[in-house]
Design a protein around this ligand. Sequence first.
Ligand SMILES: Cc1cc2nc3c(=O)[nH]c(=O)nc-3n(C[C@H](O)[C@H](O)[C@H](O)COP(=O)(O)O)c2cc1C
Length: 338
Amino acid sequence: MNYSEVLDKAREILSPVCLVCKECNGVACKGWVPGVGGKGHGRGFIHSYDYLKSVKIVLDTIYENRGQDTSIELFGEKFAAPIFVAPIGGMDINYGGRIEEGDYHSRTLRGAKEAGIAAFTGDGANELYFEAPLIPLKELKGWGIPTLKPWSQDKVLDKIKIVEEAGALAIAMDIDSAGLVHLAASGKPVFSKTLEDFREIVAATDLPFIVKGIMSARAAAKLVDTGIYGIVVSNHGGRALDDTQAPAEVLPEIKKAVGDKLKIFVDGGIRSGADVFKALALGADAVLIGRPYAYSAIGGGAEGVKLYTEKLISELKDTMLMSACNDLSDIDLDKIVY
Ligand SMILES: Cc1cc2nc3c(=O)[nH]c(=O)nc-3n(C[C@H](O)[C@H](O)[C@H](O)COP(=O)(O)O)c2cc1C
């Protein structure tokens, strides 16, 4: 199976709930929440994609080329590339039940591990969204990162214990989930979190804790002294609030605000190795990719996830080669125009 066949298969299985468009840019699926699109007019999703495309890479081949090393160390582990599978929960409500929750996560977790990277897993209104991924996660000796919704603090602390028992690499929380339409509609209360809440979570676990859903330097700066491991600069794929800035657009000011005190992950509209390069140049340590991993897993299983990752790494290496970069630390703001 090659990657083009993975996409054909995904289109066959998913149409019309996801059209697996040639450009996964949020246009065909605008407003599909629940579903695969962006909220409202879908402008948050579309703008995130378009902004990243508008960033230009500076071509430069005058350097001592020692070969391109895309590896990175995070959570005390080594990864083949600064790329993670983003948490995607709710195969029933978002992907028309074309795949079971556990099967989906088994594919992403396994495929990611085989490709030398790792997958985040999701959470949601249905307990199954949190629980089903834990089975393949345990089988893989915890090689993955569960992402909790911002439930009441008691519930969060209980779930952290379950994640610890699964031996996960780290734990995340998508604090922007308070804006998810289907969550509010299902009557499962989610809450805004305070700095005290974050400190309590950090004190309660040895796992690195990542806060997902940061979109301003102001919010990022608040988290610097809480003991968290890192942040995901993210607008939830345009699903939490319409008309936001693009995550890539706010990255430089966030990097300036937190420096090296927090690891910075970013997601939203990242599709290619060149996009990964741009995100790193703008200030990220690593990226998450959502929808394309979902249709790769649905169309090609763990193999589809692996093929897409290999494609991304090959494109990232090619971009590094053509812009005087030997390793990830060479990728900085001088390598792009934005
Ligand atoms: C159908 C769907 C379900 C999602 N479920 C979750 C979730 O359970 N937890 C979470 O933190 N983010 C969730 N997200 C957001 C993604 O993790 C990620 O932030 C976003 O998809 C990145 O944008 P991209 O899809 O353009 O790469 C979901 C996104 C989609 C499209």
